[in-house]
Write a protein that binds this ligand. Structure first.
Ligand code: F6R
Length: 238
């Protein structure tokens, strides 16, 4: 795991965007898996700004949404689909059919998950991830199998509570659909993003603790090309 620690949040965002622009330049057809949550928002806003200015393009790329919460209405702003659309997709030149996502309303969720795996096909070129306070990646909670694929999962209590930050009501989701550790760990390149003091402890355990699926993010230490981007606060215990 390569650790990139930035003094300030603004330089942390700049660092992520600089790397991302470089990857797009070298591979305009980048196949990406992207998260929602609060962590990537500033980087998304900056990438959208650069795209509007014609400094980069997503026109040949494809984007797969990492996960989706179940039990929320389709228009709920807390749905991952709505979050990513509002923060990135609506502001970039990605062709409509190149934005892929999981439908939690599907009548046969097993088939929906299998279909998503088929749509993903081979390895991702680039996966961006945030980290949960319990070390989850996507909705792969502690204890998830390393070989787990796209599937329906039950959210851990702390992950449910974290969802409150995305919602304007208190009906917290109990389950979701997620890309599995198998697809995430198979990616050609993975970036784990963390900012803010609340993430300092889990980042320390991710980097210095045991490598175990009890802390899914620690598994990234065995990945051949993983970058951890932390700001000063999230990286304060490293
Ligand atoms: C969201 C996701 C989650 C978040 C994680 C951190 O698509 O996959 O694993 O990345 O819970 O959330 P934030 O960024 O809100 O702290």
């Amino acid at each position: 795991m390569n650790i990139l620690k930035f003094d300030q949040e603004s330089t942390w965002v700049e660092g992520i965007v600089t790397f991302w622009r470089d990857r797009l330049l070298h591979n305009p057809a980048l196949k990406m898996c992207l998260p929602t949550g609060l962590t990537p928002n500033q980087a998304y806003a900056e990438m959208a700004r650069c795209c509007k200015k014609g400094q980069l393009s997503f026109s040949k790329t494809s984007i797969y949404l990492l996960d989706e919460y179940g039990g929320l209405s389709a228009t709920d702003p807390g749905k991952s689909f709505n979050m990513l659309k509002e923060r990135l997709i609506n502001h970039i030149d990605l062709p409509k059919d190149k934005f892929h996502f999981l439908n939690t309303e599907a009548t046969k969720l097993d088939e929906e998950c299998k279909g998503y795996e088929t749509a993903i096909g081979g390895r991702f070129d680039l996966v961006l991830l945030g980290i949960g306070l319990n070390g989850h990646l996507g909705l792969n909670e502690p204890g998830s199998e390393i070989e787990s694929g796209v599937r329906k999962v039950r959210l851990a209590p702390s992950s449910r509570e974290s969802c409150q930050r995305y919602l304007k009501h208190n009906q917290l989701p109990e389950w979701g659909l997620t890309i599995g550790l198998k697809q995430l760990l198979a990616a050609k390149e993975v970036w784990l993003l963390a900012n803010g003091g609340k993430k300092a402890e889990i980042i320390e355990r991710t980097v210095r603790g045991e490598i175990s699926n009890q802390l899914p993010a620690s598994l990234l230490r065995n990945h051949p090309k993983c970058f951890l981007f932390v700001d000063g606060e999230a990286g304060s215990r490293l």
